[in-house]
Ligand binder design. Structure first.
Ligand code: ADP
Ligand code: MG
Length: 261
């Protein structure tokens, strides 16, 4: 468990939560075969929110965020992302995926493509952006994550922290309105965790709507406006970070916090 050691104060001037809804999940249930993995999930996310999802391994955190861009299918209930209904027959997938970026624990870069090609692939083939323009956009975001000089290398030539920053840049090239992170620092050596968290903090400072599954409770305290605790497929408790950490309500949350803090 690493705590955040930010060298600078977080600029909160653009970190504003609006009253417009980014994601609305109502009465959502999901099964893997007979296993009821998500139970009666109700969650409304407003534009500009930075939500941290915490909970024990196997509690359904990844499955929940994977449902939000249709990497997993839900069987019951309703998910609306940025005004588009993600019905359980999986219509509207392309529209939602173009608005929701996702960053995984294991980067998932294409190993046979350069960093620049990783970043231009989807804009060129999905968005039909002209190649030159896609490359300009890619370089802009590679500069933003502070590795423009790696553009012509292959993923295997980069450190884990650098690869994860490429993965973030690659998502940003699609100009998403919402970013989902699934344990983006869990596979990284400690010295690389901070550079990835710094990138995430900068995104938050620009007002990006973010849902982050993470065990980085320092990040949760400093950046999140809301922490959600899941256990056994349910949202057990949610609160602003200060209350969540200092005054957890449920026994399950108390137990979890006593184990990780
Ligand atoms: P978390 O991210 O909180 O660790 P997951 O969402 O990955 O939890 O998994 C929740 C539960 O669903 C776990 O018990 C896991 O084993 C199970 N599970 C996840 N993916 C699948 C799958 N594709 N098929 C069957 N069971 C799965
Ligand atoms: Mg997971």
């Amino acid at each position: 468990m690493s705590d955040l050691a930010t060298e600078r104060e977080i600029d909160r001037s653009k970190m504003q939560v609006s009253d417009e809804i980014a994601i609305e999940i109502s009465n959502m249930n999901k099964w893997f075969g007979a296993f009821h993995v998500l139970r009666d999930i109700d969650l409304t996310v407003y534009n500009g929110e930075r939500i941290v999802i915490a909970g024990p391994s196997g509690s359904g955190k990844s499955t929940l965020i994977r449902c939000l861009n249709a990497l997993e299918e839900h069987q019951q209930g309703r998910i609306v992302v940025d005004g588009t209904v993600l019905s359980n027959d999986l219509k509207n997938i392309d529209k939602i995926r173009s608005e929701v970026g996702m960053v995984f624990q294991h980067f998932n870069l294409f190993p046979h493509l350069t960093i620049l090609e990783n970043c231009t692939l989807a804009p060129i083939w999905v968005r039909k952006t002209p190649k030159r323009e896609a490359e300009e956009i890619a370089m802009h975001f590679l500069e933003k994550v502070k590795i423009p000089e790696q553009a012509d290398k292959y993923p295997g030539q980069l450190s884990g922290g650098q690869q994860q920053r490429v993965a973030i840049a690659r998502s940003l090239c699609m100009k998403p309105r919402i970013m989902l992170f699934d344990e983006p620092t869990s596979a990284l050596d400690p010295e690389m965790i901070k550079e990835v968290l710094d990138t995430m903090i900068e995104l938050a400072e620009e007002g990006m709507t973010m849902l982050c599954v993470t065990h980085e409770m320092g990040f949760a305290r400093q950046v999140a406006n809301r922490v959600i605790f899941m256990d056994q497929g349910q949202i057990v408790e949610q609160n602003e970070p200060e209350e969540f950490f200092n005054n957890p309500r449920s026994e399950r949350t108390k137990l979890f916090l006593s184990q990780i803090l």
